[in-house]
Design a protein around this ligand. Structure first.
Ligand code: HSE
Length: 388
């Protein structure tokens, strides 16, 4: 099968390398690149050249960003090309529209690489759903922030120092806000909830990150037998679902607490299979390239053709995600219960109310840090309290 690559950055190069070294049944025939970077005879700066090439049956998009990726993906689907994408921003923003276009034109839409890099998470969720209902998911879906928290905890270093090191190593972007403020995980959570629950997920989910995390916060949580991880999570009960992105004070003995460096770990719970965990490299040229090539092979061989139907009448209900929250802040939080030096615990908040209280505290103390404080059980991941 001849394919075209849109974008030749870290991920595009990984796809090209894997196909040329290991998958002779596929050929990268065309590559869309910027006009000043046309270093290979397969490259063009014109998407129309690619659209006009009738030998190209499938378009792989790894440009990132919403436009022009959205326009190119819609044009590819409408021209009868299958699409494989690693672009979480465009899928989170336009999932329903892309899925409808794929169905209308009888072609495949594959997005494994958009969440969890090389981990077969999306295909895993799809497979579970052939038999089960997914009742919840939760995961470390951002390698950069896991690297930062892990290094802070291990070395007792502070956030700015570790972020600078992560940038030097190429893990963190020069502008780290998509990672450290939870926006990257928000996109991955929207996509995961859409696939897991079969719903066009609400986009305005409660979201907070780890920008204000201090080494002393990790020491405080450690004294309570916990550590902090940035989690994207979702729950479903009957005809309702909720999802959120927030730092969570997980039990020190949980698998999540042990996830090192820039690895990801995503968990689901489903009706008959119970708990499943997916662990691996959530970013990087070859792991993400691998997820893309697996999608292309699923399409080329007909092994897997995902169909995304978001017509389920599920209502977004923030009341489903409710629990206790710790705030380390100098802002007044009424007569809240103390948690330790400079920190309080506020009980029984929805994730949405907790995020609103964080905004209130940040207005007075811009260094405020908040983390969910779920109940912990022996050998179990800390889970949110679900209220029916
Ligand atoms: N910035 C992302 C991360 C890249 O650190 O996980 C992969 O989506």
């Amino acid at each position: 099968m001849k394919i075209a690559l849109l974008g030749y950055g870290t991920v595009g190069r990984g796809v090209d390398e894997i196909i040329s070294a290991r998958v002779p049944s596929l050929e990268v025939a065309r590559i869309l690149e910027l006009p000043d970077r046309l270093t290979d005879p397969r490259m063009t700066a014109s998407f129309d050249d690619i659209l006009a090439d009738e030998q190209v049956e499938l378009v792989v998009e790894c440009m990132g960003g919403i436009e022009p990726a959205h326009t190119y993906l819609m044009a590819a689907l409408e021209s009868g090309r299958h699409v494989v994408t690693s672009n979480k921003a465009v899928v989170a923003a336009h999932f329903g529209e892309l899925a409808r276009a794929a169905a209308a034109h009888g072609v495949g839409l594959y997005l494994e690489a958009a969440v969890g890099g090389g981990i077969p998470w999306i295909a895993g969720v799809e497979k579970v759903r052939r038999v089960d209902e997914v009742t919840s998911f939760s995961g470390i879906m951002n390698g950069t922030t896991n690297y930062i928290v892990d290094a802070m905890r291990r070395d007792g270093a502070d956030f700015a120092e570790v972020l600078a090191e992560a940038q030097r190593l190429g893990y963190a972007e020069r502008d780290p806000s998509a990672d450290v403020d939870g926006l990257d995980v928000l996109n991955k959570t929207i996509i995961s909830a859409s696939v897991a629950f079969g719903v066009a997920c609400e986009k305005n989910l409660p979201t907070s990150g780890i920008r204000n995390l201090r080494a002393s916060d990790l020491a405080l949580f450690a004294a309570h037998g916990r550590t902090v991880k940035l989690l994207g999570r979702g729950v479903r009960e009957a005809q309702r679902y909720a999802a959120a992105v927030e730092p969570v004070a997980v039990a020190a003995g949980s698998l999540e607490a042990s996830v090192p460096s820039n690895f990801n770990l995503v968990t689901l719970d489903a009706t008959t299979v119970g708990e499943l965990k997916f662990y691996g490299q959530g970013a990087g040229s070859l792991p993400t390239g691998n997820a893309i090539v697996q999608d292309v092979l699923d399409c080329a061989t007909g092994a897997r053709r995902p169909t995304y139907d978001f017509s389920r009448p599920l209502a977004y209900d923030p009341a489903l995600l409710r629990g206790d929250y710790v705030y380390r802040t100098e802002a007044l939080l009424g007569d809240a219960e103390p948690f330790g030096e400079g920190a309080v615990v506020v009980r029984g908040l929805t994730a949405e109310a907790a995020r609103a209280l964080l905004a209130e505290a940040l207005a007075t103390d811009p260094t405020t840090f908040m983390a969910a404080l779920p109940p912990t059980g022996e050998g179990r991941t800390a889970e949110p309290t679900q209220e029916g």
